[in-house]
Design a protein around this ligand. Structure first.
Ligand code: SF4
Ligand code: SF4
Length: 377
C-alpha cells in the first residue's frame, strides 16, 4: 500500500494558523492519536539558535503538536541530543531554540539524551549490527519526528531520516562521523539509525527552511509548507521534489533507493508546490571513489576559518572527530592532513565562521574559464 504524504501551505508561524495547518496535514493522511498515549517528540535542536535563524524546528510547530496531543490526554516528552559539542550543549540548544518554553507550557518532560540511560540494542543494519539508544527512545509508545527542512553539506539535505541521528547521544555522533566518513557510508548509517527505532509520525517544519551550505550556515529560505507522513522515508522523497533536488543531490535518498527502501507514495493536499533550493557546495566524498583517490586532494572543497567572524569559542575544536583543529597563538588552525572533511566544524560553528569554498585547483580552473570567456567575446 502506498505511503500517504500530505503537503499543506503555511506561510507564517502564527500559532493558531500553524495549529490549523498541522491538523489539516494530519487529517489528510488520516492520522488519529489514541487517548492517553505516551508520546516522545523528537525536534531538530541542532544547536543554540533562535527560531528566526531557521536552524531548529520552530516552537510553533512543536506547540501545535503538543496541543493536539493534550486534547487526547497524552503524556508528552520532548527529547534531543544536539550536535556533538554544540556550544552550551543540548540543554542550551533546547532553551535558545524556544523548545524548552513550549515544554513548560504543556507540562511535558524535557529529555536531554546525553544524560539519559543508554540501552544496547542489536539491529540488522547495513553498517550497524548494534546500536546504543537512549532508554526514553526505546520506552516511547509513539515517536513523533519533527525535522526542519534544510540543506546539508555532507549528505545534501536533512529531513526525517537525518533528524533521527539526534537520538544518538553525545560523543558517539563524532565517532560515527569518523568511522563512517564518506557520504555513502554515512548515509547508510543514518538509514540504519532511522530504522533502529522508526518514528511513528513525521511532521516537517518547511515554513521557513535553509538552502545553500546548511544545516546551520546556509541561507534562510521561505518555503511555506508543512509536510506530514507516517513514513519519514516517503516524506523525504516528497521534500526532495518540492525543493527541486534530484539524482544524487540527497545522498540518503540515493541510498534508500539502492537498498530498495523507497515506498510507493501517494501525495495528498498540495501536489505542485516547488520552491527551488540552492544546493550545498558539491563534495565528492564517496563518489566515483577511484577518481577521488587521485583527485581528492585537489578538487574537494576546502574549509577555511574566517578569523574576523571567529570569536574563539572552540566549539569547532571540540566537535572535530579527527582532532584536526587546534588553537595556536590565539587562532583556530586546521591540520589539513588530519582533516577527514566531515564538515562537523562547519555545522557546529555558532558564528558561521567556518566557510566552505572551492579548492585552489578548482578556483584556478574557474578563473581560466572566465578569462577564456572574456578573450573569446
Ligand atoms: S571558528 Fe571560531 S567561532 Fe567558530 S566554532 Fe571555531 S572557535 Fe568558535
Ligand atoms: S576540521 Fe572540520 S571538516 Fe575536518 S575533520 Fe575536523 S570537523 Fe571535520
Amino acid at each position: 500500500m502506498a505511503e500517504k504524504v500530505s503537503v499543506v501551505k503555511c506561510n507564517s508561524y502564527d500559532e493558531e494558523l500553524v495549529l490549523e495547518k498541522v491538523r489539516e496535514a494530519l487529517d489528510l493522511i488520516g492520522f488519529k492519536v489514541k487517548q492517553g498515549t505516551n508520546v516522545l517528540i523528537k525536534p531538530n535542536a541542532l544547536m543554540g539558535k533562535v527560531p528566526e535563524e531557521a536552524v531548529t524546528t520552530h516552537p510553533a510547530i512543536i506547540s501545535a503538536v503538543c496541543r493536539i496531543l493534550k486534547e487526547k490526554k497524552c503524556n508528552i516528552s520532548i527529547g534531543e541530543s544536539a550536535g556533538f559539542m554544540a556550544l552550551g550543549g543540548t540543554d542550551y540548544a533546547l532553551e535558545k531554540s524556544g523548545i524548552k518554553k513550549v515544554d513548560e507550557k504543556y507540562n511535558a518532560k524535557l529529555i536531554n539524551f546525553d544524560k539519559s540511560e543508554i540501552v544496547f540494542k542489536k539491529i540488522n543494519g547495513e553498517i550497524l549490527s548494534s546500536i546504543n539508544i537512549p532508554k526514553p527512545v526505546l520506552d516511547a509508545e509513539f515517536i513523533i519526528n519533527l525535522p526542519k527542512l534544510k540543506t546539508h553539506t555532507l549528505v545534501g539535505y536533512t529531513g526525517a531520516v537525518k533528524n533521527m541521528f539526534g537520538i544518538i547521544a553525545g560523543g558517539k555522533k563524532a565517532y560515527y562521523h569518523k568511522t563512517c566518513g564518506n557520504q555513502k557510508r554515512f548515509s547508510n548509517l543514518l538509514i540504519d539509525i532511522y530504522f533502529a527505532r522508526k518514528p511513528d509520525l513525521n511532521i516537517m517544519d518547511g515554513i521557513v527552511g535553509m538552502e545553500g551550505n546548511g544545516p546551520s550556515a546556509g541561507k534562510i529560505k521561505k518555503t511555506g509548507v508543512i509536510i506530514a507522513s507516517r513514513s519519514g522515508v516517503a516524506l523525504d522523497f516528497i521534500a526532495e521534489k518540492i525543493i527541486g533536488f534530484s539524482g544524487d543531490d540527497i545522498q540518503t535518498n540515493t541510498a534508500l533507493i539502492r537498498r530498495n527502501l523507497k515506498p510507493e507514495i501517494e501525495i495528498r493536499g498540495e501536489k505542485n508546490i516547488r520552491v527551488s533550493y540552492e544546493k550545498p557546495i558539491k563534495t565528492f566524498r564517496g563518489r566515483l571513489e577511484f577518481l577521488i583517490k587521485i583527485f581528492y586532494i585537489v578538487i574537494n572543497p576546502r574549509i577555511k576559518i574566517n578569523h574576523k567572524k571567529c570569536r574563539k569559542c572552540l566549539a569547532c575544536m571540540k566537535s572535530c572527530p579527527a582532532n584536526a583543529i587546534s588553537f595556536v597563538n590565539e587562532k583556530i588552525e586546521i591540520n589539513k592532513n588530519k582533516c577527514i572533511m566531515c564538515y562537523c566544524c562547519h555545522e557546529m560553528c555558532p558564528e558561521s565562521a567556518i566557510e566552505i569554498g572551492p579548492s585552489k585547483f578548482v578556483r584556478f580552473i574557474i578563473n581560466i574559464k572566465n578569462l577564456a570567456k572574456k578573450v573569446l567575446k
